[in-house]
Write a protein that binds this ligand. Structure first.
Ligand SMILES: NC(=O)c1ccc[n+]([C@@H]2O[C@H](COP(=O)([O-])OP(=O)(O)OC[C@H]3O[C@@H](n4cnc5c(N)ncnc54)[C@H](OP(=O)(O)O)[C@@H]3O)[C@@H](O)[C@H]2O)c1
Length: 268
């Protein structure tokens, strides 16, 4: 591991990574396209301007730093130019992808089959193209991340606001605190060029989650129940758990229900 970490695209996940990265790295830098306004909560010596679309901002990346890439790697030609200009092959790179990379498949099975890292991906998706380029050309480790939740991104609010409602669709989630730990573990121990699914390992249907929200907190979605919609996916996380175990770590929030209890705070 390098003594320096640069978090490219310091948004929601980066907040949690920043809270822990100092224990493993001597220098941690966070980037934004507009650091003065978007990263005002971070000490100024840790902020950096970086915009994939503006090559003049690329040279600020220290040549020996590990990189945690936290935004979609698009467009491909700019990712390729950055790799060439900055010799990203010499860096340890971990990139956050998405489980949306996996094709839905045509299975009529319900619940839907489990998806591990060998499943087909939609290579024509722009972000998948960028990730696959970084993985194969630079040995980047790709994390295919499920829905991220945590403080300020509370599924109970999504239900309350009608962004989601009861349906048979399976959703896979990962708590931001766990994701942060996983990013740091992947930088330290993840194999270059490998892919790891990142989820808590227990997919739930939105019907189950909405029922829980109703029974425990009296929260009801304004959205009507959808019994015949898409089945969603069930993301397997065995490879991730093995990676965490190899570093004597484990998920802090494997159970959505207790994580939601904590996010909701005291009920009465
Ligand atoms: N949210 C989810 O549930 C979810 C699920 C699966 C995967 N993911 C993926 O996981 C990653 C991290 O998610 P997140 O929610 O932490 O993301 P986020 O809050 O959107 O943070 C990423 C940051 O990257 C910066 N950025 C965007 N485009 C950029 C560009 N062209 N050049 C340089 N910087 C750029 C933006 O910051 P500035 O505007 O300050 O530059 C943005 O805030 C993302 O790739 C996301 O797509 C998210």
């Amino acid at each position: 591991m390098s003594p320096s970490l640069v978090i490219l695209g310091a948004g929601y996940t980066a907040r949690f990574v920043l809270a822990h990265a100092g224990l493993r790295y001597t220098h941690v830098l966070a980037t934004s396209r507009d650091p003065a306004s978007r990263l005002s909560h971070i000490p100024s010596h840790q902020r950096m301007r970086f915009d994939l679309k503006q090559s003049e901002t690329w040279k600020t990346i220290p040549s020996d730093a590990d990189l945690l890439w936290c935004f979609p790697a698009t467009p491909l030609h700019q990712v390729q130019q950055l790799v060439q200009a900055h010799d990203l092959r010499s860096h340890r790179v971990v990139i956050l992808g998405s489980t949306s990379a996996y094709m839905e498949g045509h299975s009529l099975e319900y619940p839907p089959p489990w998806i591990d890292e060998t499943a087909l991906i939609a290579e024509e998706q722009a972000r998948v193209e960028g990730e696959e380029f970084l993985r194969t050309a630079c040995g980047a480790t790709v994390l295919r991340v499920a829905g991220i939740y945590g403080p300020g991104r509370n599924p109970l609010d999504w239900i309350r606001k009608g962004r989601v409602g009861p349906s048979r669709k399976y959703v896979n989630l990962i708590h931001a605190e766990d994701l942060a730990e996983i990013c740091l573990t992947a930088l330290e121990r993840g194999l270059p060029g490998e892919v790891y699914n990142v989820s808590d390992g227990t997919p739930h249907t939105w019907t189950e989650i909405c029922r829980r929200a109703q029974d425990h907190w009296g929260i009801q979605s304004p959205t009507r129940s959808d019994a015949n919609g898409p089945a969603g996916k069930r993301i397997a996380n065995g490879k991730l758990l093995a990676l965490l175990r190899s570093g004597h770590r484990q998920l802090r929030y494997p159970d959505l229900w207790s994580a939601l209890d904590q996010l909701a705070g005291p009920t009465r």
